[in-house]
Design a protein around this ligand. Structure first.
Ligand SMILES: Nc1ncnc2c1ncn2[C@@H]1O[C@H](COP(=O)(O)OP(=O)(O)OP(=O)(O)O)[C@@H](O)[C@H]1O
Ligand SMILES: [Mg+2]
Length: 244
């Protein structure tokens, strides 16, 4: 499988880190923990998400995830792309140009996994639409939280019971299995960018796995001060953590 985009944001300042994985695998939980940990360390962080990372995107998100709406798969693909085009131009590129560390809850790999592997659109079409929407802006690092569909269903079931569900939550298990397998394929194709994290552990265990990847990455990019660089080399579990 081809990479989702052709050029990297490496020629821009800052760092672009995306969080991916099936619904309920723990992306948002881990993004919040990482953001607060980095802020404690004095690193300026921008947190965002897809869909919904801009004011226009928030309205598109509400329409896309509405349980009452019968969204045609092609319309779904194009609305996600519209959300992404707005996000890239109005938020992501300006934030990266301002030397920010940007953490995004989903990005282009989600289209490859959900609309490509999940809905069955041809890889070439997905590739073309992703390229159009992103203009080649590629994450510098992607964290893929891998969890079985059954285990993630246990986590999202609480949300469904509390009626905070969305349209993609109620797709069947086969759909989510295709999405998970799609993500695994993307990760195999781009091992340097995409780091697979076993998401079965506790919130804190998973957070430590995230830190073990992100701190050396930020150090390599020169985004940590000298003191933080020393901490990034400390063995796993020995670093202080502000997370609960
Ligand atoms: N490691 C974990 N162990 C047990 N429960 C967890 C873990 N991580 C997150 N959860 C819980 O699972 C649920 C889903 O987590 P979260 O919202 O972070 O997932 P998500 O990947 O962002 O889901 P979505 O794709 O639907 O937004 C939440 O109720 C969260 O508190
Ligand atoms: Mg989430």
């Amino acid at each position: 499988m081809n990479p989702t985009c052709t050029t990297s944001s490496n020629n821009m300042a800052g760092a672009f880190i995306t969080f991916e994985g099936i619904d309920g695998c723990g992306k948002s939980t881990q993004l919040r923990l990482l953001a607060s940990e980095l802020r404690v360390r004095g690193i300026t962080v921008v947190t965002t998400r897809e869909p919904g990372g801009t004011p226009l995107g928030q309205r598109l998100r509400a329409a896309l995830l509405d349980v009452q709406e019968q969204v045609d798969p092609l319309a779904e693909l194009l609305v996600f792309a519209a959300d992404r085009a707005q996000h890239v131009r109005k938020h992501l590129r300006p934030s990266l140009a301002a030397n920010q560390v940007v953490l995004s809850d989903r990005y282009a790999d989600a289209t490859v996994a959900y609309q490509g592997a999940g809905r069955g659109f041809a890889p070439e079409l997905i590739q073309e639409i992703v390229q159009l929407a992103t203009e080649g802006l590629r994450p510098d690092l992607t964290l893929l939280f891998d969890l079985s569909v059954a285990e993630s269903a246990v986590r999202t079931r609480r949300r469904i019971e509390s009626k905070r569900t969305d349209r993609l939550d109620i797709e069947d298990a086969e759909f989510h299995t295709r999405v998970r397998n799609g993500y695994v394929e993307i990760a195999k194709a781009e091992p340097a960018r995409i780091k697979v994290i076993d998401a079965r552990g506790s919130v804190q265990e998973t957070h430590l796995a995230v830190m073990d990847i992100v701190m050396p990455f930020l150090e390599d990019r020169g985004l940590l001060g000298a003191e933080q660089s020393a901490k990034s080399k400390a063995p796993r579990g020995k670093r202080e953590s502000s997370a609960n």
